[in-house]
Ligand binder design. Sequence first.
Ligand code: NAD
Ligand code: UDX
Length: 450
Amino acid sequence: MKDIAVIGVGYVGLVTAACFSDLGNRVTALDINEERIERLKQGIMPIYEPGLEELVERNVQAERLFFTTSYEEALKDAEFVFIAVGTPSGVDGEADLRYVAAAARSIAETMDHELIIINKSTVPVGTGDWVAEIVRRYQPERIPFSVVSCPEFLREGSAISDFMHPHRTVLGSLDKDAAEKVAQIHLPLRAPIVITDLRTAEMIKYASNAFLATKISFINEIANICEALGADVKEVAVGMGYDQRIGPFFLDAGLGYGGSCFPKDVLALAHMAAEKGKHPQLLHAVMEINADRRKMAVEKVRELVGDLMGKTIGLLGLAFKPNTDDMREAPSIDIANDLIAAGARVRAYDPVAMENAASILPQVEMKPSAYAVAEGADALVVVTEWNEFKSLDLERVRGLMSSPNLLDGRNIYDPETVRSLGFNYLALGRGYDGNGVFPAGVEKLIASAD
Ligand code: NAD
Ligand code: UDX
């Protein structure tokens, strides 16, 4: 049993606190947001994450998990303090470190015994050294401490399982003893532990996210080419994925990546490179391809319904991915805004993200179900691949719509089945429609062979 403090109770901090307490540690989670802490004390979660409420409740009841807004209380007996505050994009795409700086300063001003400060937030290379400087500057008296980088790799929607079963734990520090101590508290997770220096650990996080984003933009580029040449990107991905050097994951073509990490982290990495005089060509291409997916979705809707002026377009899903209420950088935002700018009326349904979406998309009419979205719509767009959309009664949906136009932005339906139900159906990167209809270029080739 170790005494741990976690600073920040967002997606990462709250999951980290709940999971470490479930592993038998005594954890105090702190946030400066008083409302969040007050609600957590009443058992109300600030975010939607499957399994989190039960996990928090179990550990609060076992008196292993505590919530506070007081740094004194959080640090009183702590041996380890995790910083898990936000690092959003700044004005030029750089990571905004103001919350990390504030947390480091509060730790420095409060600590009265030796501490290991562990940075879990995704921070630019060099931030660990800078945090150490801040702590040194604001300590009222010299108390020893170490800084360790321990980047987090969990995904929203499967955060608890990802935390409890990581592929690896990465630890970076100039203080090997401190890194070993942090390794000890991760041993129950039974994952390989990579111990390296601070800057390398920080870089591993950015490189990992940038690589995954690259994989997504790569398959989206292939999807475009598939569409033009009459191949099916879903089957291409399956065929590629069996190659162990490629792997089957992160090859789902669609509307591209959103969320609180990939967009800001690829941008921040490009910014870090540019600041040092490097030209990160690949990262720029990754971002450009991703931005085009959203524009392309609107073009495809136009292809289905013609002029968008006065048309009613329904969005199925708003969150940036299923099983989360997170709207940060969700493709739905750009798609809805572009449709509205072109004169369309936009309505939407999402199982959990509508409350968060309402303030971001005030012109979008929120509906209580997918069927309510379909009623009288000129086109539907699958934006987020929630399971409940995969099992919709599509015949009922078609019957409710003004015109049966369907854009499957996440390739969740079987084109042949959907078309046989009478939909004008467009998917992304599925050039051959399964009904013997090839794109124009392929028809020309067939004709020239005759
Ligand atoms: P979040 O915005 O959900 O939560 C951050 C929390 O920190 C908020 O509750 C905020 O009130 C609190 N906070 C801000 N300043 C504070 C301070 N000085 N003292 C105490 N609390 C403070 O953020 P998040 O999504 O959990 O991300 C946190 C970090 O983890 C970011 O660097 C992010 O890039 C990284 N990360 C996020 C994910 C993810 O899936 N969300 C995954 C891996 C890594
Ligand atoms: C990501 C990283 O996966 C995680 O390791 C890191 O800690 C935080 O950022 P997250 O953003 O929660 O996690 O979700 P993820 O499942 O990675 O999806 C990110 C975005 O990529 C979503 O918008 C998703 O729809 C999109 N995506 C993912 C695709 O478009 N295709 C895919 O094949 C996979």
